[in-house]
Each structure stands twice: as C-alpha cells, then as structure tokens.
Design a binder for this molecule. Structure first.
Ligand SMILES: [Zn+2]
Ligand SMILES: [Zn+2]
Length: 381
C-alpha cells in the first residue's frame, strides 16, 4: 500500500557541491522573455559526449545501485514490493545508501538550473542605473531528479508498470511539496530521453523544476485559458477534448477516465497529449488510481512511439496549474505532452517562433492507433 508522507527536502545548499550563486535570470525587453543563466551547468557529466581524454572507459553511472553516494541525499524514496507489485513510500531521512533498498528515488539536481529557494540577499545585486533595460533577477526554487528505476534502463517503456507508477506518484508528491513552499510560482516535471532530447545521462530519469516566477509563455497560455473560461463558462481543454472526441480522427486512445490524442494544431510532429476526461486543474490532486492509470498510458504511448520510430529520442512535459496563478474561475487543466525529437528547430522557427510541422496530427494519430490495435484490439475506440 502507498503511504504518502510529507517530506522535508535535504538542504539544497548542502546537497550540491556546485556554486548556485551564479544562477540569475535576465529579461529581454524586446520579447518580454526571461532567460536563465546557470554557468555551472557546463560542469555536468556528459555520457553522450565523452571528454577529449576519453579512452573507452564508461562513465560510472551515478543513478545505478551502489553509486548512491554520487548523488545528494534523497528527498523521496519509493520501493516496489516484489510479492504483489504494490509500493511503499519510505522515509528519506532514514534512507541509507548502503542498504540500497529503493526502486525510485528523487534527489536534488547536482547541477541545478535555479538558485536555492532559501532567501539569499546576496543573490540580488544592486541594479545598475540602466536597470530598466538590463533587468536581472535571482531565480530561486528547486531542481530535482527522479531516478525511475534501479536498472540501467534507457526508456520508460523498459520499466515495470509498478516502477513507472511509483515515478508518477513521486511527481505528484514532489509537486505537492513545492507548491506549498512560500514564493514558488511555477512547478513542472519533464523527461529528456536520449541525447537529441537533451539528456546528459542514459539511465532513465525525469526532472522537476520549481521557480519563483511563471515563465512568460506559460503566463500567456494561462491568460488564454482564463479568457475562454470567462467568455464561455467552460474549461478550454475540456472543450478541446470534447471536440477531439467528436471529430474522432486525432484520438489515439480513450478509456473511462483518460484520453490520449494528437492535438489539432500540434506544433511538433507526433506529439501526443494525455489528460483526464473530467476536468482537473492539478495533476498533484489526482488520486492514486488515476495517477497509476496515467503512468500506464504514458508508458504505452512511449512504447508505440518507439515501435513507429525505433530508438527515437523523446521528451515529455507535465503541465499542472502553477501555484502562483490567480485562477479563480478554475481555467487550467493538467496534461502531459509526449513527443519524439524528429525535427531540428531551424532558422525560420528560431526567427519567427512559428513552428513547421511535417506530420499532420491526423496521420500521427492513425499510426498510434494502429500500434494500439495490434496490442489490444478489444479496447480500441
Ligand atoms: Zn545506471
Ligand atoms: Zn478542464
């Protein structure tokens, strides 16, 4: 049985040997976007890009059992019970790396992209006179790594169902933790699988970033959702899901509670969106059963994707209502987007911020449905 308990994180400043004081964000006055500068991230180990003096030896995987001392102490530990595939959440403060008794663990990122959430006055340099054009701010929050398996697997599709369910419960518990931290405005979980997707280590893992600011693109998305809610009285994503179910051609999968579909205006090829049929603003408010079902569905989508494009790199991004959002009409609706890295973002896209997608979502959905049909024809709608 799962027993979720609130856990205090290990001290983030103790957890990392790198200097987080160099993290700052700068505002581009032309675009209104903030860019995060985290120079220490250049020190990360790169499994996919060996150093110049590389002589064939493997980088010691810091996520494999036996190497726990190479990561900061965990803030969340879960274990699959082998007898019945149920799971326990363990007390991370009593976790002993020597005991090596874990299935999924969450650790602070050793090379975080955000500064420590604890107040640090020296993080805020006195703005120069030209501050209105050279606006900089410290960026604080948390950056964690969810190590999804003891085995040196490289994709979600290689995990046991119990392992991926545990990983998705870890997302929920850690998002719940961070939304309770004063000043945290935005939390997201995401996965980079493969070098083209931005991964530096092969061992299957996801990440979570919490920040004290809602990114401008997310704020603009929420603004659109709020305006739709106010004008129509309905949640925009609920309306879109209903419309996709009616249109049918982009629906990949549905059951009594979840849907996977390729959105009508998908900005990336073969992107699949997973969400609940019923309105739910926050992923972290889903119950255990729903999270386990979502984990199973995401695993299947990844397996279908790998069947269509063997060995593909891919990402997923989990969207949940940012804690810092003033959202009185309940306009946000959680979702997970899964997408392979097929195309490179090229000059036109960089210049115009308008994506060119070479795969119609109707074609993408038909390919995914074919995979689902082969797998279990009785359950395909
Ligand atoms: Zn490993
Ligand atoms: Zn909704």
């Amino acid at each position: 049985m799962l027993e979720a308990r609130p856990h205090e994180p290990a001290s983030l400043s103790d957890a990392s040997s790198v200097n987080r004081d160099d993290v700052e964000s700068r505002l581009d006055p032309i675009t209104g976007n903030w860019t995060i500068f985290a120079p220490h991230r250049g020190q990360r180990p790169e499994e996919f890009v060996p150093p110049k003096d590389f002589v064939g030896k493997q980088i010691r995987c810091p996520f494999c059992p036996g190497n726990e001392s190479e990561t900061p102490p965990p803030v969340w530990v879960g274990r699959v019970v082998e007898d019945d595939s149920s799971h326990d959440v363990l007390d991370p403060s009593s976790f002993q790396s020597a005991k090596n008794d874990w299935s999924v663990r969450v650790v602070p990122n050793k090379f975080p992209a955000v500064g420590d959430a604890s107040p640090r006055s020296h993080h805020a340099p006195k703005p120069p006179r030209e501050a209105s054009l050279f606006t900089r701010r410290p960026l604080t929050g948390g950056h964690e790594v969810i190590i999804e398996s003891r085995s040196h697997a490289t994709s979600l599709s290689q995990l046991d169902v119990a392992e991926i369910q545990l990983a998705f419960l870890a997302f929920r518990d850690r998002i719940r933790y961070w939304r309770g931290v004063p000043g945290i405005a935005y939390v997201t979980a995401f996965k980079n699988a493969g070098a083209r997707a931005g991964a530096s280590l092969r061992h299957t893992h996801s990440q979570l970033i919490a920040t004290d600011r809602v990114p401008s693109a997310v704020a603009s998305m929420i603004d659109r959702m709020i305006r739709h809610r106010v004008s129509s009285g309905c949640c925009l994503l609920c309306d879109l899901v209903r419309a996709e179910l009616k249109a049918r051609q982009r629906v990949v999968w549905r059951d009594k509670s979840l849907i996977a579909y390729c959105p009508f205006a998908s900005h990336l090829p073969m992107l699949v969106r997973v969400t609940t049929l019923e309105h739910q603003a926050c992923y972290e408010d889903l119950d255990d059963l729903m999270i386990e079902s979502a984990a199973r569905l995401v695993r299947r989508v990844v397996a279908w994707l790998e069947k269509i494009r063997p060995g593909t790199a891919y990402n997923f991004c989990l969207h949940t209502r940012p804690p810092g959002t003033q959202d009185p009409p309940d306009s946000f609706h959680w979702s997970i987007d899964i997408f392979p890295r097929i195309t490179q973002i090229a000059g036109f896209e960089w210049g115009s911020h308008c994506m060119i997608n070479p795969v119609l979502p109707e074609i993408a959905a038909s390919k995914f449905r074919a995979c689902a049909r082969e797998e279990d024809p009785r359950r395909l709608r």
